[in-house]
Design a protein around this ligand. Structure first.
Ligand code: SAH
Length: 267
């Protein structure tokens, strides 16, 4: 039998942010390969499926990815509906490229079901838009992680040039990120927000400026966390939530040194 592999976005964590299409597919699924961040409430929808955790925390090797690719293809030879369930949206920092290439190469049918990515859930959590008419016209999604043997990516340049940046998988190296950005010329006073567990009841938000990113990130409790950065987060609606900062004492981009002279790029 040759089935179809569905790459399905599970959304940011809240079970009811799953799309209806994803829910219907899960009900039909024969087998589900899921990531570590996918909540139980979503997995139970796949009531008749065999469920296999293949979740990788970042930093593992491509052999593990190769193994997942192969398991997907093998499953499609045995089952009609094979679901590969990923956190957020499968097409953003979800290794979809590797899986799709493998499936294409082995002539396995696939379909993609989008999901709500962390940056969108985090923006909702914060109540601050990623864009602003006339002021913030560009948004970049980056991750500063570079795996062993991978090329250095252009994340730094992208963050320097975009009005708003959403930094995935970066909270654990917030200090390096902030030093690298400041050394590259991003003003140390750029407002930042860190949102942990966006969309979930235990969501936490931290605010401040780029120079303090490391300290803000240290308050996280270890859940998935997204860093947002840009002038939009100097928003009056959130300034009063900045710990210990009076709106009047908020540094402006011009009043604070950029830190260009500092060394300490993270790589
Ligand atoms: N494909 C996923 C991203 C996978 S990378 C998506 O589209 O969202 C995993 C990273 O996503 C985490 O390190 C974190 O930076 C971010 N993330 C995922 N879920 C999150 C959540 N509920 N709140 C905040 N950040 C989250």
């Amino acid at each position: 039998m040759n089935g179809t592999v569905y790459l399905v976005g599970a959304g940011p964590g809240a079970p009811d942010l799953l799309t209806l299409r994803a829910a219907r597919l899960l009900e039909r699924a024969d087998i589900v390969f899921y990531d570590a961040l996918v909540p139980q409430e979503i997995l139970v929808l796949a009531s008749k499926a065999e469920k296999i955790e293949v979740g990788k925390r970042s930093g593992r090797h491509s052999t593990a990815q190769h193994f997942i690719n192969k398991r997907l293809a093998d499953a499609a030879r045995k089952h009609r509906v094979v679901v590969r369930l990923k956190g957020g949206d499968p097409m953003l920092f979800g290794r979809a490229h590797e899986e799709l290439s493998y499936l294409r190469e082995h002539q396995i049918r696939f379909e993609i079901v989008p999901g709500i990515t962390a940056a969108l859930a985090a923006s909702a959590e914060l109540g601050v838009a990623l864009t602003r008419r006339g002021a913030a016209r560009s948004v970049t999604f980056v991750t500063p992680r570079v795996g062993k043997g991978e090329r250095e990516s252009s994340w730094l340049r992208a963050v320097l040039h975009a009005d708003t940046a959403a930094i995935y998988m970066g909270a654990g190296e917030a200090g390096e990120i902030s030093r690298a950005l400041i050394a590259a010329g991003k003003p140390a006073s750029t407002p930042v927000a860190i949102i942990e567990n966006a969309s979930l009841p235990n969501a936490r938000r931290g605010f401040g400026i780029l120079a303090h990113l490391e300290e803000i990130a240290k308050k996280s409790t270890g859940g998935p966390a997204l860093i947002l950065l840009g002038e939009n987060y100097r928003d009056s609606a959130i300034i009063d939530q900045w710990p210990g900062v009076q709106p009047s004492s908020l540094p402006t981009a011009r009043a604070t040194p950029t830190g260009r002279a500092r060394s300490g790029s993270s790589r």
